[in-house]
Ligand binder design. Structure first.
Ligand code: BTX
Length: 322
């Protein structure tokens, strides 16, 4: 890890006590001037570090960030999230991840930010991503699967995030096909799966994950007030983002490895357990027209099965009304 990460770790370990510049320089084998430079860099990121002439440095305030040095202490994965590109603010993490994937970066690499100015959803829609209060990240995967199976990955990731949120917060998140997570009917997370490939082989997948963690009611634009919520609004308390992110990445890694070894069936069983819409009457607006009926489960392909009264229809891509 970088000198900066190591300095931060030493300060954190120190807690309320101070640590001298000399001691840091001895432990990290670098000059006092270099340490002073890194401390100033940390201050620019919002860390408040007190410097006392005789005794040394003390960490007084730690900003709420999702930078690699904040994630690493929680991360228990082998490869997911082990390479991270972090920016304080971006238009969208998606194009950055696409560029990185095209450069050939290995799967599991992650682009993450505090804020998106032009976050995007499906079909040209916008994704509201206010600073420091959500998880806005894009994960690069290189699954050896044909294009037709790629939608299974959205379902896999929905299951992973649901498990992590339930475990870390106790909130009753449910999945809405194809790409939303809801609490009490309101959207708290959206997934955007974009890919490059040919018919029989996906080259890479960029999975955009947006989760409203500590977003407060007052920052929603008018049109989201009725339909969106956050983990903090639902729980009545805020959550630290780094452990939640680490938990999500851990679930994704485990499910993805299981998926490559055993196929989609185990994911499908979990998905059906977490789906809030099975057994309910839904209306799906598809390319081929409206489909109305009872949602009964998932097909092997990842399509939603809808019992219409005239038989079962498989819905592949659409917006669903429950
Ligand atoms: P979607 O097309 O299913 O949903 C987009 C719709 O959701 C919007 O039209 C709006 O009604 C509503 N919406 C917008 N922002 C929010 C929000 N913060 N919370 C709840 N509802 C909202 C869903 O697309 C996929 C979203 C993926 C977002 C991630 S964030 C990291 C990555 N980078 C990026 O630009 N997008 C992805």
């Amino acid at each position: 890890s970088s000198i900066r990460e190591q300095i931060l770790n030493l300060l954190l370990k120190q807690g309320e006590a101070t640590i001298s510049g000399e001691e840091i320089s001895r432990q990290l084998q670098c000059s006092r001037t270099a340490i002073w430079k890194h401390i100033n860099e940390l201050r620019k990121e919002g860390y408040q570090i007190e410097a006392r002439p005789k005794s040394g440095y003390r960490l007084v305030y730690r900003p709420d960030r999702v930078a690699p040095e904040e994630l690493k202490p929680f991360l228990q994965t082998k490869w997911v999230g082990q390479k991270v590109r972090y920016k304080r603010s971006v238009d969208s993490t998606q194009p950055l991840a696409h560029d990185w994937a095209k450069e050939g970066i290995e799967e599991g690499s992650l682009v993450i930010t505090e804020e998106q100015i032009a976050g995007r959803g499906r079909m040209g829609r916008a994704w509201h991503s206010p600073p420091h209060s959500g998880i806005w990240m894009s994960l690069i995967l290189r699954p050896p699967i044909p294009l037709a199976q790629a939608s299974q990955l959205t379902l896999l990731t929905s299951v992973a995030i649901t498990r992590a949120i339930r475990k870390e917060t106790g909130l009753n998140v449910t999945i809405k096909w194809p790409n939303d997570l809801l609490i009490d009917g309101k959207k708290t997370c959206g997934i955007l799966t974009e890919l490059r490939g040919e018919q029989d082989q996906v080259h890479y997948v960029v999975q955009g994950i947006g989760i409203n963690v500590n977003v407060t009611d007052s920052v929603w634009p008018e049109e989201l007030k009725e339909i969106a919520t956050s983990l903090a609004i639902e729980a009545g308390r805020t959550f630290e983002r780094p452990p939640l992110i680490a938990s999500i990445l851990g679930e994704i890694e485990a499910l993805y490895e299981g998926y490559l070894n055993h196929g989609f069936q185990p994911i499908r069983i979990l998905w059906e357990e977490y789906a809030g819409m099975l057994g309910k009457t839904i209306t799906a607006r598809t390319a081929g027209g409206m489909v109305k009926g009872i949602a009964t489960g998932l097909a092997e392909s990842g399509a939603l099965l809808v019992e219409t009264g005239k038989g079962t229809e498989a819905v592949f891509s659409s917006d669903i009304q429950i």
